[in-house]
Design a protein around this ligand. Structure first.
Ligand code: UD1
Ligand code: MG
Length: 442
């Protein structure tokens, strides 16, 4: 078994993103680009991961620690090009010689485990350098791969390329494998003699070729290696991602009535016979069980939904919402950090936050939990088979017992015992004839 080290290049803000956020932190399907890349490397089972970040890229370092605990971090002091960035990870290269050194760009989010494996296979058959290429519809901005038969002789960056070279449609997908034996000596030979005065990793191809070493290119589907340098490319990548997830969801047995209007996160999981109506958005952390219906215009994140539940239309489930079997969450209902147990119904215009709603309880229209004192959050505990009348305000912390009934329009500040009927409102007074008197006077 050959050993492997992946060097992930993630330094710099990405000038063309025009953002305060480091480029590789921009999300696709709710996961940062670097998160996608690290996931693929883990699936590909590379032995070690070294990530190159810019000075003060704390956000990137944090994301790396969250997604790949054992990855080492290396700082590139100044953004001097992709070869300089790989050299910044010299410690990782020297620490233990890997048979396969894989250089992956943090702005190439869809790089797949399969692509990593095919680079490694090429190295195993004697290539010193192997580049992942593609033929995109529009090659503009990518380095062109100059081939001589099977041998890659050079990679020319767009701005350094001649008119003839620019016509080449086969381009660098930003994925490279280097044989560990020669990697450092090739990297160290790279100079900055180009239009940008940067040290280009791509020059590794020409240097290896001149040394008489085997340099190969593998073509991958363009969608697997799209690089993201600006917001338009970010949007295009999001579209690719969403199309893939929709296709997967339908293949796994979900009905998407207007699939092009449903947006998934990287980790959305759906059961079978889930029906999703048009215009539904999933944020990260959502699990949907079998036979759930999500009706139109719902927004769901950090929630788990049990079998048979019906959500929406126009429902909002926020992080920590746990919806029990066959529960109903209706229009203009917001649920946050709440356990809505089996068969409970919250059908209209309600806010339930930091709460439990016991099995088979009914929450009336306009009822809310007042969970926030302005300083702290408090819990509302509603038992089983309880009935909360319309427009009630449950001021937390408060408990409503099993089978209790809260009259409409109540403001409940004290616990309600099981099976009790609570009134928390002024008694109604009817003044007979007073309305007619008032009209006469006016
Ligand atoms: C690069 C390639 C180009 C290829 C394209 C594929 C080079 C010289 N060019 O161009 O051939 O077609 O990717 O998407 O390699 N980075 C650093 N430190 C640096 C410079 C870059 O860490 O000093 C990182 C960036 O964060 C980014 C990646 O390396 O994730 C690639 O850099 P970028 O500036 O996006 O290169 P491209 O112009 O896209
Ligand atoms: Mg790029």
């Amino acid at each position: 078994m050959r050993s492997s080290l992946a060097v992930v290049l993630a330094a710099g803000e990405g000038k063309r993103m025009k953002s305060n956020l480091p480029k590789v932190m921009h999300p696709i399907g709710g996961l940062s680009m670097i998160g996608h890349v690290l996931k693929a490397l883990q699936t590909a089972k590379v032995d070690r991961i070294a990530v190159v970040v810019g000075p003060g890229d704390d956000k990137v370092a944090k994301a790396v620690a969250a997604h790949a605990r054992t990855a080492t971090m290396h700082v590139q002091a100044e953004r001097r090009g992709t070869a300089d960035a790989v050299r910044a990870a010299r410690d990782a290269l020297l620490a233990k010689r890997a048979d396969d050194v894989l250089v992956v760009f943090g702005d190439t989010p869809f790089v797949s485990a399969a692509a990593i494996s095919s680079l490694r296979e090429k190295l195993a058959t004697g290539a010193s350098v192997v580049v992942g290429g593609m033929r995109p519809d529009n090659p503009h901005g990518y380095g062109r791969l100059i081939m001589q038969g099977d041998q890659l002789t050079a990679i020319r960056e767009e701005r350094d390329a001649s008119a003839a070279e620019r016509k080449i449609g086969f381009v660098n997908g930003g994925l490279m494998g280097l044989a560990g034996e020669t990697a450092l000596s090739i990297l160290d030979a790279i100079e900055n003699k180009n239009d940008q005065k940067e040290f280009y990793l791509t020059d590794a191809a020409e240097i290896a070729h001149r040394r008489g070493l085997k340099v190969a290119a593998i073509e991958f589907p363009a969608d697997d290696v799209i690089g993201i340098n600006d917001r338009a490319q970010l949007a295009a990548a999001e579209q690719v991602f969403q199309e893939r997830r929709r296709t997967e969801a339908m293949a796994a047995g979900a009905t998407l009535i207007a699939s092009e209007t449903v947006f998934f996160a990287h980790d959305t999981t759906l059961g079978q016979d889930v029906v999703i109506e048009p215009n539904v958005v999933f944020g990260p952390g959502v699990t949907v069980a079998d036979n759930v219906t999500i009706r139109a215009f719902s927004h769901i994140e950090g929630a788990s939904i049990s079998p048979g539940a019906i959500i929406g239309p126009f429902a909002r489930l926020r992080p920590g919402a746990k919806i029990g079997e066959n529960a109903h969450i209706g229009n203009f209902v917001e649920i946050k950090a709440a356990d809505v147990e089996e068969g409970a119904k919250i059908n209209h215009l309600a806010y339930i936050g930091d709460a439990r709603v016991g099995a088979k309880s009914n929450i009336g229209a306009g009822a809310i939990t007042c969970n926030y004192s302005g300083v702290s959050k408090y819990k509302t505990d509603i038992g089983r088979n309880a009935f909360i009348g319309s427009n009630s305000a449950l001021v937390a912390p408060v408990r409503i017992g099993d089978g209790a009934y809260v009259a409409s329009g109540s403001v409940i500040t004290e616990d309600v015992p099981s099976d009790a009927l609570a009134f928390g409102r002024a008694r109604q007074v009817n003044k007979l004839g007073r309305a007619a008197d008032k009209r006469k006077k006016e």
